[in-house]
Ligand binder design. Structure first.
Ligand SMILES: Cc1cc2nc3c(=O)[nH]c(=O)nc-3n(C[C@H](O)[C@H](O)[C@H](O)COP(=O)(O)OP(=O)(O)OC[C@H]3O[C@@H](n4cnc5c(N)ncnc54)[C@H](O)[C@@H]3O)c2cc1C
Length: 458
């Protein structure tokens, strides 16, 4: 239990108005997109790295737990204080410090949303590609801590490809400046990279130096419907043979297509095996040529429908099909166990067949969609009753699905992380020496186990 005296010390660090024990604030900050509440004892809203350092030093002295929070829309419980202590909310660290066109970098605090960052850099003719669907709510700090991805990762890679340097406060309260504002850096361990995907276990990010690209001049979007998932997947592989790399190649399986048609009919054929949304970007002339290649490759792979957006509105209409998925899939059951497995993209057809078999075996609908360009698929095991027995069967199915993903050369998460929700499955993906090395790093940086306990490792 955190004493009243400790609360007062926290207040003297960040200011009285930036510490809350009010029930509504605590509940709101003690859950994420999984909607399971583990109440914190207090929520603290620091405004500087110095304040965070002082909080961490106090936490080590008084031995209370600290869990960092970004936008609070994680899918694996990473920001949820499952062992109590305080939530350290980063929303006040919300300044974009510098956008530098000459160096192609943006320097930002971690509490800026992905959306606001993208808007700010695009206004300068620059481009920050990582685009999680949660972009309006999720923070850059949370994106880095989870190594977030999105449709555009097919061409540009995930968040880790854009992190050049980070300031962070260690679990014991030291302020570290890691990496630099240069794209090349070979000066000791790349500690900024260690922080990417560290899920708030190794430090609290307070300043981020991110790589930018010139904003592509043009983009073109198309939607192609295939009779079979195999045709769609062979089509994905053939883009490389045709010397192009689309920005995004999103795949929806048959169950997802039908979920959309049940939710809000969009004229998609219910007997289609799969659908692809493909986008290309670059210089206008290149985009025109690539769009023509996309069309030809899709037709060569027996696309039964091909629709190309010629205006921004038409492109938005195509992307709206993808955006409808989340609410549409939710309607197909009482509870969704939402996972984001990854397989090498050549193995997607085998994985989809396995998912259909698993659905049949357990009697679950498993709508699957995601990023065919990088093999990262959102697998949704839909429970119809959501009672104890069905939940147990659901988790059994998930275990088999993860095992299959790993057997195919993939892993159990491509972008949502492990948190507490996937911790029981970690040993499917990683060997014991690998897990032990991660735990050794954690112990070395956080000897008192203060920061985000109960996550990643069971
Ligand atoms: C509708 C929906 C769509 C989504 N789509 C995508 C998607 O397309 N791609 C994708 O990758 N994810 C997606 N997600 C998952 C989620 O949004 C991402 O994991 C996102 O990166 C989380 O950011 P956040 O700011 O909400 O982090 P939080 O949930 O607040 O925290 C996540 C983790 O980061 C740590 N953390 C937060 N801030 C810091 C900091 N400053 N320093 C150190 N650690 C910190 C926390 O301790 C926690 O472990 C989606 C979620 C939802 C609800």
């Amino acid at each position: 239990m955190i004493s009243q005296e400790t609360i007062q010390q926290l207040e003297s660090i960040v200011g009285r108005e930036h510490v809350s024990t009010a029930e509504d604030v605590v509940i709101q900050n003690s859950q994420d997109a999984l909607k399971q509440v583990f109440p914190a004892e207090a929520v603290v809203f620091p405004g500087t790295a110095g304040e965070i350092s002082a909080i961490m030093k106090l936490a080590n002295e008084k031995r209370f737990f600290v869990t960092a929070r970004g936008g609070g829309v994680g899918y694996t419980g990473g920001a949820v204080p499952i062992k109590g202590g305080i939530v350290l909310a980063t929303g006040r660290l919300n300044r974009i410090i510098e956008i530098n066109k000459g160096d192609l970098v943006v320097v930002t605090e971690p509490g800026v949303t992905n959306y606001d960052l993208q808007q700010a850099v695009e206004a300068e003719g620059l481009f920050y590609p990582p685009d999680p669907a949660s972009w309006k709510e999720s923070f850059i700090g949370g994106n880095i801590a989870e190594n977030a991805g999105g449709p555009r990762c097919a061409k540009y890679g995930a968040t880790k490809q854009f992190v050049l340097g980070l300031d962070f406060v260690t679990p014991t309260g030291e302020i570290i400046h890691a990496g630099s504002r240069t794209t090349k850096y070979a000066t000791g361990f790349h500690l900024a990279s260690l922080m990417v995907g560290s899920e708030g276990l190794l430090g609290i990010i307070t300043r981020c130096i991110l790589r930018l690209l010139p904003l592509p001049e043009s983009r073109r979007t198309a939607l192609a419907v295939f009779r079979s998932a195999e045709d769609a997947c062979r089509c994905v592989a053939s883009f490389s043979d045709a010397h192009i790399q689309p920005v995004a190649i999103e795949l929806l399986d048959r169950a997802s297509i039908n979920a959309i048609e049940d939710y809000e009919p969009s004229g998609l054929p219910r007997d289609a095996g799969a659908l692809l949304i493909i986008e290309v970007d670059g210089l206008r002339e290149t985009v025109n040529r690539e769009a023509e290649i996309v069309r030809q490759v899709c037709l060569d792979h027996h696309a039964v429908q091909f629709q190309e957006a010629l205006t921004d509105d038409e492109a938005t209409a195509i992307w709206n099909v993808r955006r409808k998925l989340s609410p549409a899939v939710k309607m197909t059951g009482k509870r969704k166990i939402n996972e984001d497995a990854v397989v090498p993209r050549s193995r997607i057809p085998e994985f989809l067949n396995f998912l259909e078999d698993t659905g049949r075996k357990y009697g679950f609908l498993i709508p699957t969609f995601g990023h065919a360009g990088d093999g990262n698929l959102h697998v949704n095991v839909m429970l119809q009753r959501d009672d104890e027995e069905e939940r147990e069967l659901g988790h059994k199915a998930v275990r088999e699905i993860f095992q299959r993903a790993v057997d195919l050369g993939g892993t159990i998460s491509g972008e949502h992380g492990i948190g507490y929700a996937k911790a029981p499955y970690l040993e499917i993906a990683l060997t014991h020496p690998t897990i032990d090395l991660m735990k050794t790093i954690k112990r070395a940086m956080d000897p008192n186990g203060i920061l985000n306990p109960g996550k990643i490792f069971n």
